[in-house]
Design a protein around this ligand. Structure first.
Ligand SMILES: [Zn+2]
Ligand SMILES: [Zn+2]
Length: 248
């Protein structure tokens, strides 16, 4: 009942947002970008991650320009299970503030413009015609009951409409209600998510090229564990995309 009430509240808020022009939720100035909430001044402050010289697997930037394909020392020491990981933005103001509102404060009206940012990154950095399936990093059902929604699922679903690709929010689940990664060190993060995920419908995963979506990359431990489990279930490729990456 509680989650149904939250659902109704969200629908109400969303309807209100659609019909009522409003101020930019970040700075409070009146909105000046059609059908978007983040105003042009705030949008101009976003720090985009350009596809320049970086590790071809994890996108860690390198100081000097190289022409050859470069793999960073941490990916050499321990090769990630995902094929590659890309992000749209650096996790800095104002996207950090927007993501906090989107994730924890029910501001689901950001879904469309955040998925628009992801769409741009997919088209710039991925051979996206090859994507078979878009899958969000799942939340445990207890967390969904508490929060009312999975922010990564909202992004993945909106992105799937934009790219005209299937989204699967059922075949891959989080079976363990692990503590939130935000409070843990890098080593603790890997341990914390070990064994937390499960493929429940391997026939939908096998031989697919999967685009895995999450909101923020910190250590990459969650995405790596998800990729491991998806590959074990027979996924042919796992590409990861997040909206923002914590600065290296
Ligand atoms: Zn603004
Ligand atoms: Zn790397």
């Amino acid at each position: 009942m509680n989650s149904f009430k939250k659902f109704l509240q969200r629908i109400g808020l969303y309807a209100l947002e659609l019909c009522w022009p409003r101020n930019c939720p970040v700075c409070g100035r009146s909105g000046d970008r059609e059908n978007r909430h983040i105003c042009s001044a705030c949008f101009a402050k976003l720090e985009w991650i350009e596809s320049g010289s970086c590790c071809k697997i994890c996108e860690t930037p390198i100081a000097t320009h190289v022409d050859h394909e470069f793999v960073c020392s941490s990916c050499v020491a321990s090769k990630p299970h995902y094929d590659f990981l890309r992000s749209s933005l650096i996790y800095s103001y104002p996207i950090d503030y927007v993501i906090q509102m989107f994730k924890y404060e029910g501001s689901v009206f950001f879904t469309e413009e955040l998925s628009e940012i992801l769409e741009g990154t997919v088209k710039a950095k991925f051979p996206y015609e090859e994507i078979d399936l878009i899958i969000p990093v799942p939340l445990h059902k207890n967390r969904i009951l508490k929060r009312g929604y999975n922010q990564s699922e909202l992004l993945a679903t909106a992105l799937s409409h934009r790219l005209n690709r299937a989204v699967d929010t059922v075949s891959f689940i989080r079976k363990a209600d692990t503590p939130q990664q935000a409070r843990l060190s890098h080593e603790e993060r890997s341990e914390n998510v070990k064994g937390a995920f499960k493929v429940v419908r391997p026939e939908y995963i096998r031989a697919r090229t999967i685009l895995l979506i999450d909101d923020v990359t910190t250590s990459g431990a969650t995405l790596n564990e998800c990729a491991k489990v998806l590959k074990q279930a027979g996924a042919s490729k796992v590409w990861c995309l997040t909206l923002a990456k914590v600065r290296d």
